[in-house]
Design a binder for this molecule. Structure first.
Ligand code: KIV
Length: 274
């Protein structure tokens, strides 16, 4: 007997088909509880390796492991129902060879049951993107600023700031689009370059700090909620939850210290619970 869930999840081919259509809405999530909220409003949930910075307080995404991504990917799958869940492949789990990438991606798909993986890099990853795509693994690309390369880049600066630097980024986009990526994240590039790339490839571009010229947008949830200690300059804040959470914690601490912790009579209707 086959079991089909009532709500069907979006798929990578459906996101691919949104080129020149309705903009793709994507946010990160690493937990079941935030995934449930994001799921109601977004097409794609990214379990980003930014969890290394946001959840674990690392300076970079370099220390993130495959096991960390799989654990949080499983939580996000449990919390969501309709969005396509994409899980980042962390640094060191896919660059050595296309076979290494295949084994890591298979673990991610089998152990989380997510719908796609994301990896960083352009021309140098094209062969790997083709290898995975041809073997049943939908791949989202990631070009422009690629945070996993921080140790060779030296800083998290915007890429292609001068027109002279545009060509390699455009070549990267074309290479992984042709290799079979179903969409491509473009991070921290100037608007004219993002527009040029978006117009020159036939898969959707998803911008982060790359202007409204892209086919969709992604942000790190905690950055746009005002919960990250350091968010990139381009992030628009849609909330400022940090002070609200702290106020609630202060109120709780005050009550406990003043022995004013609410007893059941404040919380429950005792007639119902007895
Ligand atoms: O890890 C992440 O959250 C990302 C986004 C910034 C696109 O890759």
């Amino acid at each position: 007997m086959s079991v089909q869930s009532a709500v069907r999840r979006k798929t990578a081919p459906e996101i691919r088909a949104r080129k020149n259509g309705e903009p793709i809405v994507m946010l990160t999530s690493y937990h079941a509880h935030t995934a449930a909220l994001v799921d109601r409003h977004c097409d794609v949930i990214l379990v980003g390796d930014s969890l290394g910075n946001v959840m674990h307080g690392f300076e970079t995404t370099v220390p993130v492991t495959l096991d960390m991504m799989i654990l949080q990917g499983r939580a996000v799958m449990r919390g969501s129902k309709q969005a396509l869940v994409v899980v980042d492949m962390p640094f060191g789990t896919y660059e050595a060879s296309k076979e290494q990438a295949f084994h890591s991606a298979v673990r991610i798909l089998k152990e989380t049951q997510c719908g796609a993986v994301k990896l960083e890099g352009g021309v140098r990853m094209a062969e790997t993107v083709a290898f995975l795509s041809e073997r049943g693994i939908p791949v989202m690309g990631h070009i422009g600023l690629t945070p996993q390369s921080i140790n060779t880049l030296g800083s998290f600066r915007a890429q292609g700031r001068e027109e002279a630097g545009w060509a390699p980024i455009e070549t990267d986009a074309k290479a992984i689009a042709q290799a079979g990526a179903f969409s491509i994240v473009i991070e921290a590039v100037a608007e004219p370059l993002a527009r040029k790339i978006t117009q020159s490839i036939d898969v959707p571009t998803i911008g982060i700090g790359a202007s409204a010229a892209c086919d969709g947008q992604v942000l790190v949830l905690e950055d746009m909620l005002g919960l990250s200690p350091r968010a990139p300059k381009f992030v628009r804040r849609y909330g400022n939850l940090g002070p609200l959470i702290e106020e609630a914690i202060q109120g709780y601490a005050r009550d406990v210290r003043g022995r004013a912790f609410p007893g059941p009579e404040h919380v429950y209707d005792m007639k119902k619970v007895t």
